[in-house]
Design a protein around this ligand. Structure first.
Ligand SMILES: Cc1cc2nc3c(=O)[nH]c(=O)nc-3n(C[C@H](O)[C@H](O)[C@H](O)COP(=O)(O)O)c2cc1C
Length: 177
């Protein structure tokens, strides 16, 4: 099958997840085209048999250019199988309400754009303290503290469960083949 993997990423973790998804599909002999959803000149996403979109939550929202992209292509996206990987920190929270909030983000983009993904994975991202500026580091440490997450800012934390990501993709592929 031919898959299109589209991502939006601000700090790099969602791009890493999209690349892992592409590698996993390629290892199963599928053809994969991977791209930043907002890369200028990107072709029609409808060229694939199925599409996997990946986007992170920042400040309670997906990146605005990603939302615009989905809005513009909603009709095409609704006509073929699509999977959505929503990347956040709160999905890894010890607090059930925070987890619930993370699960609500995909519904928000559906409401805003009219796109209904066939499958959704709420996936934990990363805390890259070493790459944040002073303000971001302070903000993320505060968020992590309220969620029972890691607050030692002298190192980075990758919270993504790679087994879960691969298993989600396997289930999605299985549902359309
Ligand atoms: C400035 C900033 C704001 C964030 N806001 C949220 C948020 O509101 N909710 C949440 O669950 N995660 C939040 N996160 C965590 C990100 O979703 C997580 O770090 C993810 O891995 C970022 O993906 P990216 O590296 O592809 O940009 C935030 C991260 C940063 C750096």
């Amino acid at each position: 099958m031919k898959f299109v993997v589209l991502y939006s990423s601000i700090e790099g973790q969602t791009r890493k997840i999209a690349e892992a998804v592409a590698s996993h599909l390629q290892s199963q002999q599928h053809t994969v085209m991977i791209s930043d959803a907002n890369q200028i000149g990107f072709a029609d996403p409808g060229v694939g048999d199925a599409i996997i979109l990946c986007a992170p939550v920042h400040g309670g929202h997906y990146p605005a250019p990603f939302v615009h992209f989905v809005h513009d292509w909603a009709q095409v996206l609704n006509d073929i199988p699509t999977a959505f990987i929503s990347v956040s920190l709160s999905i890894a929270s010890a607090d059930v309400d925070e987890q619930q909030e993370a699960r609500s983000y995909p519904g928000g983009i559906s409401e805003e754009t009219g796109w209904s993904p066939s499958a959704i994975l709420n996936c934990a991202g990363a805390l890259k303290y070493s790459e944040y500026d002073y303000f971001k580091k302070w903000m993320l440490k505060r968020i992590a503290a309220t969620e029972g997450g890691p607050i030692d800012t002298s190192r980075d934390y990758e919270l993504t469960n790679w087994t879960e990501v691969k298993s989600f993709i396997d289930t999605f592929v299985g549902s359309i083949t």
